[in-house]
Design a protein around this ligand. Structure first.
Ligand code: 5GP
Length: 211
């Protein structure tokens, strides 16, 4: 199997429970690493700089774009969000499957830049459940909830661009499903080019020996 880990993009409607899901996956298996994004959004209560996000200003965000420090970025509900390059490259080289928890525009950019990445879309069982979860979170104003629901409607148009869809109903089941998908993806020939190359080369060597 390749030493290089897999790049896994996890998207889903705001309130789909992606964060909880990814945290549970990281707790259970040690071959994953979570990329921490940079954002210009203000921290929510309880969020810490360098843990949930690297919180920054619009100016510093733009500077980071200029020097090629992000592998993708996108605006979302009035703020910028982006994925810092260094951590992703370093962890993949260590053989970790790196998870990017990002929205759809970023996901599409990643697929274009890294065709071997795995794109997974997480959704609650229904739109009604999504609305209940957003309201239940209690961290967002009614206006922000409406914005996020409108954005979900837009994002639902893009789901077909993903490789797999996972319904987040039961957390443990969902964690296992994600892990199985990542494991299966690593066995696809397109992601095993190094192994295939080695086998071919060795077989050719045998042929030469037989000539
Ligand atoms: P929130 O404000 O709820 O933390 O995040 C809003 C949206 O931005 C979510 O859909 C989240 O997945 C997405 N997001 C977080 N980090 C990034 C990033 O680095 N790039 C992109 N494109 N989207 C991100």
């Amino acid at each position: 199997m390749e030493k290089n880990g897999l790049l896994i993009v996890i998207s889903g409607f705001s309130g789909a429970g992606k964060g909880t899901l990814v945290k549970a996956l990281l707790r259970k298996y040690d071959n994953y690493a979570l990329s921490i994004s940079m954002t210009t959004r203000a921290p929510r209560e309880g969020e810490r700089d360098g843990v949930e996000y690297f919180f920054t200003t619009k100016e510093r965000f733009e500077e980071t774009i200029q020097r090629g420090g992000l592998i993708e970025y996108a605006p979302y509900c009035g703020n910028y969000y982006g994925t810092p390059r260094d951590y992703v490259e370093e962890q993949m080289a260590l053989g970790k499957n790196v998870i990017l928890e990002i929205e759809i525009q970023g996901a599409l950019k990643i697929k274009k830049k890294f065709p071997e990445s795995l794109l997974i879309f997480v959704t609650p069982p229904s739109a009604g459940e999504l609305k209940r979860r957003l309201e239940g979170r209690g961290t967002e104003s009614a206006e922000m909830i409406a914005k996020r629901l409108a954005r979900a409607a837009e994002e639902s148009e893009g789901i077909e661009a993903y490789d797999y869809i996972v319904v987040n109903d039961d957390l443990d089941t969902c964690v296992e499903e994600l892990h199985r998908l990542a494991d299966a993806a690593l066995r696809a020939p397109v992601r095993s080019q190094k192994l295939i190359g080695e086998i071919r080369e060795e077989l050719q060597g045998f042929q030469k020996g037989a000539d």
